[in-house]
Design a protein around this ligand. Structure first.
Ligand code: DGJ
Length: 702
């Protein structure tokens, strides 16, 4: 009797609504089998489809949706791994060795091994059932006695179904104009999004969404993913000539090399992938939920209304001046007072002081203690600004350790904002910073730290590097995480905020350490609307700190500016001493109101009801997951007279609320009618707003 050959193994990871299947072909290729909606039966998922060679020019490995293609053989697609082996061979032939399924089949590890050399790769997959996300990362290990070099290591490659011209959604921007949403159809070739700047960057952000060109906020298939890494990263979106689209995410191979000595490993950062049929809005809510519930150090803890004195006083920080503002901030209802740049040794302007993290003796003759106590007596918590990774040439630290910054011998050290970057890959640098910051946090009642980073790298040299200096791209970020992690462990109650000249370091990696981010140095409310909208695609409102400053003081109504900031974690940043009683009363009123809606804004589901998208009207809604309560925000920008929108009555677009219980009754603040959830969602409502008019209304189930 002929026996059938054994079936090659395959694996299925399922979440509440999605599935991800992979398996081996008879020839041993590890291929993706499926990424989409969860199917009723495990046997429903297709077998891996290995494509035959195409003429003598294109091999199966190039055509087939490999889970983790390495640079080897006749394949020219973007590889996830590129090795330089000890004898100079640059071909990584990965063969399946074994698979481990753990934690009730939710955690899969596929072990691959080179066909000849003692190199192994472990592909990690974790299914987050309730969160509807698949987590992936990869670890490469040198199991041999001789050193080898990793020239590229991505975390994962993923494949939406074959054969579509996909549309890529992502954000682009620059300092003061971060998170601008972009959508483009992918055509043949490779679209690269990346950072070469040592940190995440203002320019792109490590996430993507793919759709078939017709998804919107409410409906349509969307495949999406994000990378948890705060250093040089790379996303490649490749559309092959054979109708395959593949997205890879991981460490940037720009100027990169990482030597693995005997027994050493290198791990690529974590990635998270999801799928939904319910459009971009649902994709965002999946990411928001996971970040809030599983990533942030303080999880869903609500954020205080803070006051930050940077735009009011810049570097002119002193106990007396800060206390004067603090009194007004407290009277408005602020709960946390943050002293920004300018408080430390010899910091008069941006030319001196960075690195010397103790209070300036002239500005604070009795140290920071009296200011902290004064702020606490006003009923507010105290927060402080630091920029630990930086040093000015004019500082005690640099004078003592000029070798601690990134530099090349015989090259000028480029200064940006008069500062250089300390090499956090060095243990002695981290030890110094830990000592100074530990003392700052231990000696004062500090509840909040704003951790800033105001330049990107230049001359990425590390003259005393123990191995290849190009390892710095990874080792710096690992050093940053280690330092930040130690401080978090020693002071677990402190809330950290990640800032990098605004939104230059926002990613799922830093959010393991920072509960909040400063989204942009641009505090002009109309500009802020589009920044906040782009930000909201991947990141939740709870982490989005937003200040009301004096930008637009004479042109944009204060109420509009307050409402824009209330759509995130509200903060105030204007020069309160210049605000008249009317402004202060208005701010106090809306701060009190914000405290009531805070659980909904910071913990609710976001629905982008009407995207700004370069237009003149923007509306969004937050809704508690139990559908009992929501908040509606509406903003009208300036609309010129000749457009019909300028009549203040009915011509703004109809808003169809979302996330309500169709059969329950709801009332919207300011509207008398009580209507069913279905009516508010299907028939909707129209707002009437003047130019630069805005509204915030509670939605209540009754
Ligand atoms: C850049 C930040 O984004 C600002 O908010 C402020 O903290 C300055 N740095 C201080 O130097």
């Amino acid at each position: 009797m002929p026996t059938l050959p054994p079936k090659p193994p395959g694996w299925v990871l399922e979440t509440a609504h999605t599935a991800y299947a992979l398996g081996l072909t008879a020839n041993g290729l590890l291929l993706n089998r499926f990424w989409g909606a969860r199917l009723p039966l495990r046997t429903d998922y297709p077998p891996p489809a290995e494509y035959p060679n195409f003429a003598s020019f294109t091999a199966a490995a190039h055509l087939s949706p490999e889970e983790f293609p390495a640079y080897a053989g006749a394949s020219y697609v973007e590889p996830c791994l590129k090795l330089l082996l000890p004898d100079g061979v640059r071909d990584a032939v990965l063969k399946f060795e074994k698979a481990d399924l753990r934690d009730g089949d939710t955690y899969l590890i596929i072990h691959l091994r080179d066909a000849f050399y003692p190199v192994s790769v472990a592909l990690h997959y974790r299914a987050h059932h309730d969160a509807d996300l698949i987590e992936r990362w990869a670890v490469v290990t040198n199991a041999g006695p001789l050193p080898l070099t990793v020239e590229r290591l991505f975390s994962a490659q993923v494949h939406p179904p074959l054969g579509e011209p996909y549309r890529l959604t992502h954000v682009a921007g620059k300092w003061s104009a971060e998170f601008q949403l972009e959508r483009e159809t992918l055509t043949h070739g490779v679209k690269v999004l990346e950072s070469r700047r040592l940190t995440t960057s203002h320019h792109h952000n490590p996430w993507f969404m793919l759709d078939r060109g017709s998804a919107d906020e409410e409906q349509g298939e969307v495949w999406f993913g994000a990378l948890a890494w705060s250093g040089n990263w790379k996303l490649t979106a490749e559309t092959t000539d054979f109708f395959g689209t593949r997205i890879s995410l991981g460490l940037n191979d720009w100027d990169f090399a990482y030597v693995l000595n005997a027994g050493e490993s290198l791990s690529a950062p974590r990635t998270f992938f999801g799928y939904t049929k319910s459009g971009f809005g649902a994709a965002s809510r999946i990411l928001h939920g996971y970040i809030r519930k599983r990533v942030l150090p303080h999880r869903e803890q609500l954020h205080k209304v803070l006051y930050n004195s940077w735009e009011a006083t810049t570097f002119n920080v002193s106990e007396r001046a800060q206390m004067k503002i603090a009194k007004v901030a407290a009277s408005l209802g602020c709960e946390l007072f943050v002293v920004d740049d300018g408080w430390f040794h010899k910091r008069k302007n941006d030319t001196a002081g960075l690195g010397d993290w103790w209070a300036d003796a002239k500005k604070f003759p009795n140290g920071l203690g009296p200011l902290v106590a004064g702020v606490n007596q006003l009923g507010m918590e105290f927060g402080i600004w630091v920029e630990p990774e930086m040093v000015n040439a004019n500082s005690d630290l640099y004078r003592a350790h000029p070798d601690w910054v990134f530099h090349f011998p015989n090259r000028k050290r480029t200064e940006m904002r008069n500062q250089m970057i300390l090499n956090l890959a060095r243990a002695d640098v981290r030890e110094y910073l830990y000592g100074k910051l530990y003392a700052l946090l231990s000696d004062h009642n500090i509840a909040f730290v704003k951790w800033d980073m105001n330049r990107n790298i230049s001359e990425p040299g590390w003259p005393d590097a123990p191995g290849d200096a190009r390892e710095l791209w990874v080792r710096y970020v690992e050093g940053l995480y280690e330092l930040w992690g130690r401080l978090r462990d020693s002071h677990p109650q402190v809330i950290f905020q990640s800032c990098s000249g605004g939104g230059g370091r926002v990613d799922m990696g830093i959010l393991q350490y920072a509960d909040q981010v400063w989204v942009s140095d641009n505090t002009d409310a109309p500009s802020r609307l589009s920044i906040q909208e782009g930000f909201s695609y991947a990141y939740p409102a709870s982490i989005m700190e937003a200040w009301v400053t004096d930008a637009g003081f004479n042109t944009i109504p204060l109420e509009f500016r307050l409402h824009v900031a209330m759509a995130g974690a509200l903060g105030i940043g204007g020069d309160l001493l210049k605000w008249d009683n009317e402004d202060r009363a208005l701010a106090a009123k809306w701060i009190a109101y914000y405290k009531q809606i805070r659980p909904v804004v910071q913990g609710g589901d976001l629905y982008r009801l009407h995207r700004l998208d370069g237009g003149m009207f923007n509306a969004l809604q937050y809704m508690l997951p139990d559908r009992s309560e929501g908040v509606l925000f509406g903003f009208r920008m300036f609309a010129p007279q000749f457009l019909p929108y300028t009549t203040n009555t009915v011509l703004l677009p109809t808003l169809h609320l979302r996330g309500l219980d169709s059969t329950a009754s709801y009332q919207i603040e300011g509207i008398e009618a009580v209507r069913s959830g279905a009516a508010w969602m299907e028939d909707g409502l129209r707002l009437s707003l003047p130019n630069f008019g805005s509204t915030v209304r509670r939605i209540r189930r009754i």
